[in-house]
Design a protein around this ligand. Structure first.
Ligand SMILES: O=C(O)c1cc(=O)[nH]c(=O)n1[C@@H]1O[C@H](COP(=O)(O)O)[C@@H](O)[C@H]1O
Length: 301
């Protein structure tokens, strides 16, 4: 595990998250491999549903994914269910991936009043935060502006933020498609992200403020009249595999923004474990399939 002391401060990433993510997607394909230690998966891997099982599961995932995929997304919930011992394993998992230079996206979906968001920013994006990741997921339903402390610290630290826009679950539409006058709730998120990425866009770079747009949402982007490509944002697309979407579905969902998609898959890839080689092979195959589908399916902005 990486050790940090006050006279040996870890240096922040040397380049913005969007730039580092683009490079990683070019090198490994547009897959974000999820680490979601569900009780059912631990059981399928022949592991106990306890802290030892969680420890073994996480080590296998790190061994299989490190240096192989563009990004790894640990789902905090499945670590938190074991209390502080589970969080310690999450901390070590993030450190192990950081050490080999594989990008981490910590899925915590935080959303609170601005002053509290400052606390979450320090918890996950601060230079010396034990749980620091290259990026985190956040929820904008206390208002996009409440995310400002997280957006500011991420920018300062060369880290990224993925804001929920159109989630993969069927219940999401009842909130996200709702209109505030002419604009949909999702549209207001797209507008906020577009503004926050404007400087990167002017420099011809992928921005560091991303959005979460599910692979399962069909024609919603078009129906709501959203221009995702203009946001120059990394677009995290969960829903491939266990939730029923396929790489092909990404074409309809993303259209001209396909070049900025980072598709995420957890259970579908993890089902290939616990053998490290099989798990690695499955991640490579899914990434290769995604690369082919995404590079032929639309016009990268
Ligand atoms: O932010 C996310 O990653 C996310 C957003 C969303 O809209 N839908 C969604 O499924 N997710 C997460 O993506 C993962 C999906 O897991 P699988 O369905 O097993 O691939 C879980 O960790 C979810 O919490």
């Amino acid at each position: 595990m990486a050790v940090s002391t006050s006279d040996q401060l870890p240096s922040p990433p040397d380049r913005p998250f969007g730039e580092r993510l683009r490079e990683a997607m070019d090198a490994h394909g547009p897959l974000c491999a999820g680490i979601d230690p569900h009780a059912a998966l631990l059981s399928a891997w022949g592991l106990p549903d306890d802290i030892e099982g969680l420890d073994a599961f996480s080590r296998i995932c790190v061994e299989a994914f490190a240096g192989e995929v563009a990004c790894v997304k640990p789902q905090s919930a499945f670590f938190e269910r074991f209390g502080s011992a589970g969080v310690a394993i999450l901390e070590r998992t993030l450190a192990d991936l950081r050490e080999v230079g594989t990008l981490t996206l910590l899925d915590v979906k935080r959303g609170d009043i601005g002053s509290t968001m400052g606390g979450y920013a320090q918890a996950y994006l601060g230079a010396t935060a034990p749980l620091r990741a290259d990026a985190i997921t956040v929820s904008p339903y206390l208002g996009y502006g409440s995310l400002r402390p997280v957006l500011d610290l991420a920018a300062e630290q060369g880290r990224g933020v993925f804001v929920l826009a159109l989630t993969s679950n069927p219940e999401g539409a009842s909130v996200q498609h709702a209109r505030l006058g002419a604009e949909s709730v999702a549209g207001s998120v797209v507008a906020g992200v577009t503004a926050d990425n404007a400087e990167a866009a002017r420099a011809g770079r992928l921005g560091s403020v991303g959005m979460v747009v599910g692979a399962t949402i069909g024609s919603a982007v078009a129906d709501l009249g959203l221009d995702l490509a203009a946001a120059d944002a990394p677009l995290l697309a969960p829903g491939i595999g266990a939730q029923g979407a396929t790489a092909e579905d990404l074409r309809e969902v993303f259209g001209a923004a396909l070049g900025n998609v980072l598709a995420s898959s957890s259970r579908d890839v993890l089902g290939a474990g616990p053998d490290v080689a099989s798990l690695r092979e499955r991640a490579r195959d899914v990434a290769a399939d995604l690369r082919t589908t995404l590079s032929t399916g639309g016009d990268a902005p």
